[in-house]
Design a protein around this ligand. Sequence first.
Ligand code: ATP
Length: 228
Amino acid sequence: MSLLNLENLTATYGVSQALFGVDLTMEEGEVTALMGRNGMGKTTTVKAICRMIASEGGLSLDGQDLHGLPSHRVARMGVGLVPEGRRCFADLTVRENLIAAARPGDWTLETVFQLFPRLGEREGQRAVSLSGGEQQMLAIGRALMTNPRLLILDEATEGLAPIVRQEIWAALRKLRSETSVAILLIDKSLAELSAVSDKAVILERGKTVWSGPMAELGNDITERYVGV
Ligand code: ATP
């Protein structure tokens, strides 16, 4: 049984339909890139998985239907989200932000600080005083503290300096090689996405138009659907 399964998923914002049939399957420990041009439905797909928007069609985690469950239940089932725009508690310290998210498992303050040593150095600082890159590391650290089975990152390197982006990609490579967490990634950097992902799923106008092993994703497909 797959870890995550979306089958012909549809979703609407009020009267405006955004997803028209998303198919996506993920196995444990697998890294999947969710790709497509702006406005094609990537963030909406993530919101549907996390039950932040109503949807119809197949949506299950470990074979359990997620429809009808509130977001916090989906989080407790093992879905950790690093949302677009970070969203840490600005007035809490790094340590407090991490502890607030903690659930039992291998990820603890210590292991998060091993992955992102800068967070350890700033553990007593309020989140608001961190740089953009450090806030992003904190957002990833918070999601890891929930000890997820599926980690979702929506544009985690957006707007960051190249050197900080590299630190985040290095951390993702480490998660891939050293842990069994499955990762669903949305990012604009095709080169980095291709290097770290096992699979790709491409959306066009709210529908899956291509999916398969990253190694089989040819230039013709990326030119056509991702605009490179
Ligand atoms: P981007 O890379 O720009 O974030 P995306 O692929 O994540 O794009 P979505 O944000 O999921 O795309 O948007 C899919 C469609 O839903 C778009 O047509 C968008 O205009 C629409 N949409 C997104 N958010 C809302 C909203 N809150 N209300 C109404 N329509 C929305």
